[in-house]
Design a protein around this ligand. Structure first.
Ligand code: ZN
Length: 292
């Protein structure tokens, strides 16, 4: 649990670690390149013995006053994801138990913010009840970026089920059909001091949240930064970024802003720590400073 002005923030895990061979996440990159940063990256973010990048698939909970916001909903259960064994047809993940452990039931969530529509960010949007996908968070409004939604809907129409592990049909459309979704844009205000910001590149319509309190800022920056590895190497785009050059520009902008304003960064997949601040060395290298 991290406090920031009037806000309380915490992570609700769904799969940890989600371990990916470095070459799968960052094509052409080698683990040896990261050795100079081993002290910061091991053991939580890089497994140097097996050559894997370690991510957490988790939601972030943001509570301000009486408002409870859930940012991203991970992988979910029962979802057919045959291309990825550790996401496929999961049961007994413990995710809702971990939500209960912080005193919340699904009906306590007021807003679900979907930063982007990849399968590891929307899975718990719905759950299977009597053979149908129904909204998991039955009293929430679900916020989805308009351009993100339009893009994937168009792609779905062209080739149904062939994107994002088929998650659009089981984790987005049931919400649309049930009338739970508000399509939103860059700048949208969730409540005073919490606004959406555009983070294009990983997906074209990716949105983050900027939390502002007395000149201090915290950014829920989604997959603009997958791993602290990219603090040292901002130009490493992932295999899963739709526009790598835009992703790099967004990441560099975010890192520069974090240095200038001493902002907190809260990437979607950051493991073990609540957040990071970013330092800039005299030699021009960014470094993460982890916040417990
Ligand atoms: Zn992701």
């Amino acid at each position: 649990m991290l406090s920031f002005g009037p806000a309380r923030m915490s992570a609700i895990g769904d799969l940890d670690p989600f371990a990916l061979p470095i070459d799968l996440l960052f094509p052409g990159r080698s683990i040896e390149t990261l050795r100079p940063h081993e002290a910061e990256l091991a053991p939580h973010h890089v497994d140097f013995d097996t050559g894997r990048i370690l991510l957490g698939v988790q939601s972030h909970l943001l509570q301000i006053g009486t408002l409870t916001i859930l940012i991203d909903t991970c992988i979910g259960e029962h979802k057919p994801r045959p291309l990825r064994a550790d996401w496929n047809a999961r049961v007994a993940s413990g995710y809702l138990d971990r939500l209960a452990a912080v005193g919340l039931s699904p009906d306590d969530i007021d807003i679900v913010m979907c930063t982007h529509l990849h399968a590891d960010h929307i899975g718990w949007n719905t759950r299977l009840v009597d053979g149908r996908w129904v909204p998991t968070f039955g009293k929430a409004r679900y916020l989805i970026g308009r351009s993100e939604f339009d893009h994937w809907r168009t792609e779905e129409e062209k080739a149904p089920g062939s994107h994002n592990h088929g998650s659009f049909s089981d984790s987005v459309m049931p919400l649309i059909e049930a009338g739970y979704v508000d399509l939103v844009e860059d700048g949208y205000e969730l409540c005073q001091g919490v606004n959406l910001i555009a983070l294009p590149g990983h997906t074209g319509g990716q949105l983050g949240l900027c939390l502002c309190h007395q000149q201090q800022q915290a950014f829920f920056c989604a997959d603009a930064l997958h791993s602290p590895v990219q603090v040292f190497h901002p130009d490493w785009a992932t295999r899963f970024c739709t526009d790598p050059q835009a992703a790099i520009a967004t990441r560099r902008g975010l890192l520069a802003r974090a240095v200038e304003t001493s902002a907190l960064l809260i990437p979607a997949h950051l493991r073990h720590f609540s957040a990071m601040r970013i330092l800039l060395d005299v030699d021009g290298i960014y470094r993460p400073e982890f916040v417990p």
